[in-house]
Ligand binder design. Structure first.
Ligand code: ASP
Ligand code: MG
Length: 441
């Protein structure tokens, strides 16, 4: 069995949905477990609806609901060939949109918001299941709400997920295609919840790991992971193979193609993840597996909206416990730190969540002189950067000889060297790295 996940654009139009229906039809004797995102733009619309409802503006919410309904109904006309399946799907969608409208009349809290956000995946999977049934395929829709659960820390409860997924499969034998929703789940209290934006990748990796499938395929609309950001830099190329840790670093540090934590379950289960392109299904894409290719730098990624905080204090000189005090302040405000650089009299850290910046800075001032720089960007270079691989880090640092680099972090893992630069230097930095690391190889 293969797990195949399709993102929003891959199911974003009737034409694309029909292409997906072809791709997920397995060869004789094989089975596919398919995870779908909401149609592209839908989750954003659902967020917007919720936003209006939080602001107690039911009219605003209804306008978006009506627009969305209109779009979906148009899709139905083009997606199915028989009036019977058009009617079945219209009826289902009509109930869905009336359900969304019902939230404009009740109290609105984060609980209701999560129910609203769940409807995008519920709609796309039902539409796909109906399409496959119309085509006479042996397909069945399984609800992710019965299989995927998070624990009290909002982390996926893997034991539960494995048990329930296996149970659902054994209750539904004899099908060629199993379909479920990405992103949505229940939380530890049984309420409807989700795995955060982009979370469908996570669902696919959790299910693939639970079922120990041969492969987890993540189908998007570009040809695998590129060695630099193709929207910013000229001459990027797809990376054919990545080690699990390399992919995790790239996903965390800005490569938008993958949800940052989704690689972990696949890595633990040893199931390779393959990134494929629905627009060009025969292209090789990128395989992410347990093989570390020595002596190569694979890719560069950038993470924006970074704030750098520097704390300088002579109290740090030959004292112990100073860093603990500093880090405790970030912990107290539930703010995670990305990069850290220390010297004997100071420490600089970066954060991306500035929700508590003022409080954090106020607390830090008890321990030293504090400076804050905003609009910074972390540039992360990923590959075989283990210390014994002498001279490799200098390839990256050498590329930046003309660029003001605010922080460098090397040695935290064997796969990464990160640079902090001003956002205004981002394009130049990424291009310089591409030119030096990849083009002139
Ligand atoms: N539909 C959700 C989102 O847009 C989850 C996903 O597509 O992965 O974030
Ligand atoms: Mg995605």
């Amino acid at each position: 069995m293969n797990v195949m996940k399709f993102g929003g654009t891959s199911v974003g139009s009737p034409q694309r949905m029909k292409e997906v229906a072809k791709l997920i039809t397995p060869k004789a004797g094989e089975q596919n477990f398919v995870v779908l995102s909401a149609m592209s733009g839908t989750t954003n619309s659902l967020v917007e609806i919720s936003d209006y409802l939080y602001k107690k503006n039911p009219e605003g919410a209804n306008t978006i609901i009506n627009q969305l309904e209109h779009k979906y109904m148009e899709h139905v006309d083009q997606l199915y060939t028989t009036e019977e399946w058009r009617e079945t799907t219209r009826k289902f969608l009509c109930d869905e949109f009336n359900y969304l409208r019902s939230f404009t009349k009740t109290m609105f809290t984060s609980f209701e918001e999560k129910v609203i956000l769940a409807q995008g995946e519920i709609m796309s999977t039902n539409m796909m299941a109906n399409l496959l049934l119309e085509q006479g395929k042996k397909a069945v829709l399984l609800s992710a709400l019965d299989m995927v659960r998070t624990d009290k820390n909002a982390d996926p409860d893997f034991t539960y997920i494995r048990e329930k997924t296996l149970q659902k499969l054994s209750e539904n034998q004899g099908f060629d295609i199993y379909i479920t929703q990405g992103f949505i789940c229940r939380n530890a209290y049984g309420e409807i919840d989700n795995l955060l934006r982009g979370g469908s990748d996570y669902t696919a990796c959790l299910i693939g790991a639970a079922l120990q499938t041969d492969e987890i395929q993540i189908w998007t609309d570009i040809d695998g992971m590129h060695n630099n950001d193709p929207r910013i830099v000229d001459h990027t190329e797809p990376v054919r193979q990545l080690y699990f840790e390399e992919a995790a670093e790239l996903a965390y540090f800005g490569a938008k193609i993958l949800h940052p934590t989704c690689i972990q379950p696949a890595k633990f289960a040893g199931v390779p993840v393959r990134l494929l392109n629905t627009m060009d299904p025969t292209a090789p894409g990128t395989i992410i597996n347990n093989k570390m290719q020595h002596g190569t730098i694979k890719a560069v990624a950038a993470k924006d909206n970074i704030t750098c905080i520097q704390i300088q204090s002579s109290r740090m000189l030959q004292a112990h416990g100073f860093l603990r005090k500093v880090f405790e302040i970030f912990e107290q405000y539930k703010t995670s730190i990305d990069m850290v650089c220390t010297s004997e009299v100071g420490v600089s850290v970066t954060i991306d969540n500035t929700g508590h910046l003022v409080d954090i800075v106020n607390e830090l001032k008890k321990y030293g002189t504090v400076g804050v720089e905003q609009n910074m960007c972390i540039i992360c270079v990923v590959g075989d950067l283990v210390a014994s691989n002498v001279g490799f880090q200098s390839l990256a640092t050498g590329a930046l000889k003309d660029i003001p680099v605010r922080m460098i972090s090397y040695g935290g893992s064997n796969y990464n060297i990160s640079f902090l630069v001003a956002e205004s230097e981002k394009r130049r930095t990424l291009q310089a790295l591409s030119d030096n690391l990849f083009t002139r190889k």
